[in-house]
Design a protein around this ligand. Structure first.
Ligand code: FMN
Length: 385
């Protein structure tokens, strides 16, 4: 089992770090709590020492302790800023500079503090450095405000920590992910598009990279930053995405999460079409079918995962047929009739349809849904072997 440095900082959520400690110890890990003076205003260091079953503050060089993972939960705006800038003014921030290995941070703060440009910049700095974040979640904060800032639940934090400690399950695999929504030009400034933000595809690319895969992301007008460490190719239209997908060398897993236009204007004006009093009729022609093309070329042992966006139960029935029609191995069914999930939403709820059954993934942040989809893909890959 692993040795984990657990940084606890000064927010109300410090009491939830007790549960994080308990779960980690229960799973057999050695936990070394590093409690900031700010956190001691909420929960005493002795509590963590007792839960971790070790004497408190016995080691003069505690900040130099070697560990498999540094986990900071909760992480205040203050400590997040210190981590981003390399300050070392308490045992936790000193340990963060001395630590070599994965770092997982669970921010917890007031939604206005989380949204502040200074915090956003600090988060970007940490992500660029390869530091993983879990949460924060949306909800009601202790002070009675609503927004994004609540610490992720202890069980989710522990599960992410254990994923980071696990050997990379997709090492040596090449994974293609498509994300976003294509825009089909009508003239030089107008297009036919859709509401896809690319969040689901980006979460999948991020998760596949985290599991050690070599990931290529075909990005169609994504509204969120592309993940660090992933080769990203801009593919704004259905045609450019099809070309890029076919040009890629053999991939082990292709996950088509982008919302690709089924139709495009038969003719796009080269310049901006001026406004007249006449009606304007557009003729639409079908676009190429990326899923079908990849399904036809799929080699033995490879996996094709398709997303299907439809309405209600009849939509699900149509998606079941996609397994055979497109030679797919897994279909992720998205009910786009609901405004709270799927298109342009932070959360999703899907049904995973494969040849050997169906599994409903309950509503959760897209990162959690991405992990469930990749778990299923890995299970199917293992069954192919
Ligand atoms: C009641 C109370 C609750 C607080 N909760 C948070 C919080 O949830 N997140 C946060 O970033 N700061 C919070 N703060 C502010 C931090 O405690 C303060 O920035 C402190 O310097 C953090 O020190 P540390 O990061 O070294 O633990 C809170 C302060 C008070 C008085």
């Amino acid at each position: 089992m692993a040795r984990i440095l657990l940084g606890v900082t000064g927010g109300i959520a410090a009491y939830k770090a007790c549960e994080v400690t308990r779960l980690l110890v229960k799973d057999g890990h050695e936990v070394i709590p590093l409690v900031t003076p700010g956190a001691e205003r909420f929960v005493r260091a002795e509590t963590f020492a007792a839960l971790a079953r070790r004497p408190a503050g016995e080691d003069l060089y505690q900040h130099l302790t070697r560990a498999d993972l540094l986990l900071v939960a909760p992480c205040t705006a203050n400590t997040l800023a210190k981590l981003a800038h390399g300050l070392a003014d308490n045992t936790l921030t000193e340990a963060a500079l001395a630590h070599r290995g994965p770092v997982l941070v669970a921010p917890a703060m007031n939604p206005r503090m989380w949204a502040h440009p200074a915090t956003r910049a600090n988060v970007d700095t940490l992500r660029t450095r390869g530091i993983e974040l879990v949460g924060p979640d949306e909800g009601e904060t202790a002070e009675g405000e609503w927004g994004v800032g609540r610490m992720a639940e202890p069980a989710e934090i522990v599960s992410r920590a254990e994923q980071l400690l696990a050997p990379p399950s997709l090492a040596g695999k090449r994974v293609l992910v498509t994300a976003g929504g294509t825009r089909e030009p009508v003239d030089s400034v107008r297009f036919l598009g859709n509401r896809s933000s690319g969040r689901m595809g980006v979460a999948l690319a991020e998760e596949a990279r985290r599991r050690g895969a070599d990931v290529v992301l075909l990005a169609a007008n994504i509204a969120v930053p592309a993940p660090i460490g992933v080769e990203t190719i801009p593919t704004p239209t259905a045609e450019t995405m099809l070309e890029a997908a076919l040009a890629l060398e053999d991939v082990d897993v292709a996950i088509l999460a982008a919302a690709v236009a089924d139709y495009r204007p038969a003719e796009a004006f080269a310049t901006k079409r001026p406004k007249t009093s006449e009606a304007w009729t557009l003729e639409l022609e079908p676009t190429g079918d990326i899923a079908r093309a990849l399904g036809e070329r799929k080699r033995v042992g490879r996996l094709l995962v398709l997303f299907g966006a439809e309405h209600g139960e009849e939509g699900l029935e149509r998606k079941r047929r996609m397994l055979d029609e497109k030679n797919a191995d897994l279909v992720v069914y998205n009910d786009v009739s609901r405004p709270d999930i799927a298109f342009d939403a932070a959360e999703n709820e899907v049904v995973l349809v494969s040849g050997d059954g169906e599994r409903r993934i309950p509503k959760a942040p897209k990162a959690v849904v991405a992990a469930a989809i990749l778990d299923e893909a890995e299970r199917l890959l293992a069954a192919r072997r």
